[in-house]
Ligand binder design. Structure first.
Ligand SMILES: Nc1nc2c(ncn2[C@@H]2O[C@H](COP(=O)(O)OP(=O)(O)OP(=O)(O)O)[C@@H](O)[C@H]2O)c(=O)[nH]1
Ligand SMILES: [Mg+2]
Ligand SMILES: [Zn+2]
Length: 319
């Protein structure tokens, strides 16, 4: 539903008030700078107008941003100056190797690997998985799938079969149980020296997993609701944690809905690896793979070479 004029006005007003507050905080920090010296740091987390910035010695500063330098997020490499009160002001953001966005909103920067965490409870859904994979394909970032709480599966071979297609498409799939410590050791070996972000619904165990991978970390985790079987949105900020032996794990808040509104139809189409490989074989260059004649995707679907769940996701997402 389009916004009314009044709603738009209110959003703009809130937005400009936010900017004004941020500008005021930035000006105050500018007036209290300790000296002109600039340090290199990395943004650990952002909350509202503020962020935590870690310097090269691992010391963390509360920080605001200099006006007009843009929006920094977890993972950003930045330059900052210190204020007299041991706060800081970020003065520049380095160019990013990668950006992770959800509906055009920047979530994290400089990530090497995405992990979609799903679980036996709340039970995984193929369409949601496919949405994440499309997002990853379009961000040009590798994504793997973690199926957590595997000990709750009453039919393990069915659970494993559900993910065979993803594996044959080349996606890495790990069946884990944080609770029963199943397959964690092998998974941990995959994580060295890179920056990994864990994404997925609330309650699937993202924070629990990070807790079990980094000793002494005590991230807040929460029961899922026994009635709705949904998570309670325990994690509220995207935050980086360092693995002592090298590498970073980024926890992110669970999202209930994962929309792909900002992607074009072409991007959605090319988010399906198996379609991409066939597109040249369709009669029409701009084939939508729905009811065009001589569509190679439809032929493959009929031959059982394309997974019907994937094709159904495609139709649902386009609809
Ligand atoms: N049975 C079972 N429960 C688990 C497992 N891993 C995590 N949990 C539980 O699942 C619940 C949710 O875990 P969290 O780590 O808070 O989930 P999250 O994905 O971080 O959720 P948000 O922060 O809300 O996005 C907690 O009660 C965990 O103890 C597992 O392997 N098996
Ligand atoms: Mg969490
Ligand atoms: Zn086609």
């Amino acid at each position: 539903m389009p916004l009314t004029r009044k709603q738009k006005w209110r959003i703009n007003k809130v937005q400009s008030e936010k900017i004004a507050r941020a500008d005021k905080a930035a000006l105050k920090a500018e007036s209290e700078l300790d000296d002109e010296k600039e340090y290199q740091g990395i943004v650990i987390t952002r909350y509202g107008q503020r962020q935590l910035v870690e310097d090269e010695n691992g010391i963390v500063f509360q920080s605001v941003s200099r006006q007009n330098i843009g929006f920094s997020v977890a993972g950003d490499k930045v330059l900052f100056q210190k204020t007299k009160h041991d706060d800081a002001i970020v003065t520049a953001i380095y160019p990013r190797d990668s950006e992770l966005k959800r509906q055009d909103k920047l979530i994290a920067a400089n990530i090497d690997q995405l992990w979609l965490v799903v679980a036996i409870e709340p039970h995984y859904e193929f369409e949601l998985i496919d949405r994440y994979l499309i997002m990853a394909e379009n961000s040009n970032l590798p994504i793997g799938i973690i199926v957590n709480k595997i000990e709750l599966s009453t039919n393990k071979s069915k659970t494993e079969d559900d993910f065979l297609n993803y594996q044959s498409l080349g996606y890495d799939v790990h069946f884990l149980s944080v609770k029963k410590q199943i397959n964690l050791g092998f998974f941990k070996e995959q994580l060295v020296n890179k920056s990994h972000i864990f994404l997925g619904q609330s309650g699937v165990g993202k924070s629990s997993l990070i807790n079990s991978l980094i000793p002494d970390l005590q991230l807040r985790v929460n029961e899922i609701s026994s009635k709705s079987k949904l998570g309670k949105h325990t994690t509220t900020n995207t935050t980086i944690y360092h693995i002592p032996s090298g590498g970073d794990l980024i926890d992110s808040p669970g999202v209930r809905e994962f929309q792909l509104d900002s992607l074009t139809e072409l991007e959605i189409k090319s988010g399906f690896k198996e379609f991409r490989a066939l597109s040249d074989a369709c009669r029409f260059r701009d084939c939508r793979h729905i009811n065009e004649p001589n569509c190679a995707v439809k032929v493959s679907l009929d031959q059982g070479k394309i997974n019907p769940n994937r094709y159904q996701s495609y139709l649902n997402i386009l609809a």
